[in-house]
Design a protein around this ligand. Structure first.
Ligand code: COA
Length: 207
């Protein structure tokens, strides 16, 4: 079976991104921090205690991403290693990517790995893959207004505010800040990273 994505690697400083394997998913589910927002629309299974049901939703979400992969619409779950240790997840998403050339992203880190620049490095690594190797022209992202760390990563990398919207969180309503980064701003910053194994994946990304 050919699935070249498993051989993709992106390195930036101390950070290595690699598509998650099933073994990684078990490890990541065990590491999943309580403050990571899962899709509020995802069904919760009755009779499973909250922590185990969150882990189940996380793993099933990753299976869904891989199982529904299409060159038109894809969501790449990348495990994040810092100094050889698995510390989080960085996702990169493209919808109608061949035409729109726009990527979205989301990420989380274990609490102990936060506040040291790893969140910025892993987002930059994913953006390097998108802008420098897949031909993206824009990256978008969003975060609730009080998520200062996520907004901090986006602003540090040059994203500009791109409007707000209101979302249902499952427990109420929150205000979401949207941001956008253009390929020109990305190029002007001169980021450099090492990407290997991308060539056989290009058709998978609709490129
Ligand atoms: C979002 C997340 C991945 C960021 O990773 P991180 O390693 O903590 O971020 P960095 O250390 O690279 O910090 C990036 C910027 O945000 C700022 N920042 C980080 N944490 C902050 C906080 N709690 N309050 C205010 N600013 C903060 C940093 O100062 C830095 O800005 P600067 O470069 O201008 O100084 C991480 O905090 C996390 O996992 N959070 C929980 C999950 C989550 O909310 N994910 C995003 C959902 S959209």
């Amino acid at each position: 079976m050919e699935w070249p994505l498993f051989d993709l690697r992106v390195r930036l400083g101390p950070v290595l991104l690699r598509p998650v394997t099933d073994a990684d998913l078990t490890a990541l589910a065990a590491l999943l921090p309580d403050d990571v927002e899962l899709d509020p629309r995802a069904e919760q299974f009755p009779g499973l205690e909250d922590c185990r049901d969150r882990q189940r939703r996380f793993v099933q979400g990753a299976w869904h991403s891989r199982g529904s992969w299409s060159p038109r619409s894809w969501c790449l779950d990348l495990g994040v290693e810092a100094e050889g240790e698995l510390v989080g997840l960085q996702t990169l998403e493209g919808d109608d990517f061949g035409a729109l050339r726009t990527v979205d992203s989301a990420s989380w880190l274990v609490v102990a790995a936060r506040g040291r620049g790893i969140g910025t490095a892993m987002r930059a690594a994913a953006l390097g893959l998108a802008f420098d190797h897949l031909g993206a022209v824009a990256a978008i992202t969003s975060a609730v207004l009080d998520n200062h760390a996520s907004l901090g990563v986006s602003r540090r990398l040059g994203y500009l505010d791109n409007g707000r919207s209101r979302i249902s969180t499952g427990t109420g309503v929150a205000e979401l800040q949207h941001l956008r980064l253009s390929v020109d701003t990305w190029r002007a910053a001169g980021h450099r990273m090492e990407v290997t194994g991308v060539e056989p994946c290009l058709r998978w990304f609709g490129v």
